[in-house]
Ligand binder design. Sequence first.
Ligand code: ZN
Length: 245
Amino acid sequence: MDETLKQKFKVLLAYQKKDIELRKINLTLERDAALAEMNKHKRAFNEAKQAISDCEQTAGGLLEQFASLQKYIDDNEALLAELEAAETVGEEDLESRVRRLESLKSKFQTADKKMHDIDEKSKSVCKRRGDALKYGNAAKQKFGEARDKHNALVGSKADEIARLKAELDQMRQQLDQKLFEEYTSLVNDNKFPPVVPAAPSDKKDMFNCGGCGLSLPQNSNAKLSAQGQGWCRCENCRRMIVHLS
Ligand SMILES: [Zn+2]
């Protein structure tokens, strides 16, 4: 490889080394167990919030049912009072009144059952709401604890991250722009690290890609040879493969 190009790749590799360091720290932060805890408790809190809102909606429906049942009972009570107050005229009239009283009795029984049903449902919805409130508050508390823990980790790495970023910014100015464009494009395609060494293969003077491990074709091996340009692109993963020695 020509000395100038070799120098360019060396600077790029030094940059990549620092970039790897920064990525490792960022990965540690992303994989922090406390962060996963935060997400878990946030989900639980949102579920509790939803459950409370569902309970409130159900309670509203029960109140409406209660009000219409109460009206039904009031109406029937008025009818009963009317029947009791009316004067009997003949036997036929009496029979009809007995029938109406029987029918009212059955209506009161049905209403009583329904009232009991509403009462049971109300108790259950109150309990559900109370439980949701309890676990919602617990989730909020645990979320806070996990957030503090995660923030402490983020804080402990802040100086190192800032230092690495500043160093990378500085180094970027010394990089060959064209090579760095290639580097960035590979990074954006999730091919990290973008520059890899030529890995020796079982066959003499033949190499594998140091990134994806695939064996290289003849023309790529020729590029990597002492007579070649000293670097090539992997035809599989597109990484830049260098052979500096
Ligand atoms: Zn490859």
